[in-house]
Write a new protein. Structure first.
Length: 218
């Protein structure tokens, strides 16, 4: 029976959440917005358009959204050659692949950013497919990214596990009908992940790898 292991990327496999926080904060600052870093952190995991709307509200000058996104992309792009993978992220994907799971990434990243993230993980041989921001109409917490990942894997929701680090991940996975596993390495509190739908919580990919025999992947 085919099974799918669906993974978020930022904050789940690659230690980038706080880079995103800093670069979004700077993009907002340059545009004249005072947005506290803790608020930016809570919004990480949303696509750019949704993140801006979430943080600035509907009464913002929406014509400047593209400018904000471009500023963040340019600032974050400075780190593309040194994005840090989380410990054992690549090993985890390879172990699941060798155990017969179809490993699919479901991420709001796309284009050169996604390429940089995949280089950081260093496990392209284990990744069967990627559902990126370029492939869907709506990002998380919509279930569409996870549902698209399942379509790519050709696996029904009941035979899939989704791993992510944000409440947006857990809500997307829950709405898609998959089992949700949360990781704490993105900096979101355990209680928030559980409330959003996580059935199991691990510290990071290394702990999940070490606990596979007793995990939803068993």
């Amino acid at each position: 029976m085919e099974r799918a292991a669906v993974f978020d990327v930022d904050g789940t496999l690659v230690d980038t959440n706080h880079l995103h926080v800093t670069t979004w904060w700077e993009a907002f600052r340059q545009a004249g917005h005072r947005v506290p870093m803790h608020a930016v952190h809570r919004a990480i995991g949303l696509g750019s358009d949704d993140l801006i709307a979430h943080l600035l509200g509907d009464d913002r000058d929406k014509e400047r959204d593209a400018e904000l996104s471009a500023a963040h992309k340019a600032l974050y792009g400075q780190y593309f050659d040194r994005l840090p993978p989380l410990e054992d992220a690549g090993r985890l994907l390879r172990r699941l692949d060798s155990a017969g799971w179809r490993v699919v990434l479901a991420t709001s990243a796309g284009g050169s950013e996604l390429s940089a993230l995949r280089r950081a993980i260093g496990a392209d041989d284990a990744i069967a497919a990627t559902a990126s921001a370029d492939d869907v109409e709506e990002g998380k917490p919509s279930p569409e990214p996870v549902e698209h990942a399942l379509e790519l894997a050709e696996v029904p929701a009941e035979h899939a596990v989704f791993v992510g680090d944000t409440v947006w991940d857990m809500r997307a996975g829950s709405r898609a009908g998959v089992r949700c596993v949360g990781v704490l390495c993105g900096g979101i509190p355990r209680a928030d992940l559980v409330e959003a739908g996580a059935g199991t919580i691990y510290d990071d990919p290394a702990q999940l790898l070490a606990s596979l025999a007793d995990s939803p992947f068993a």
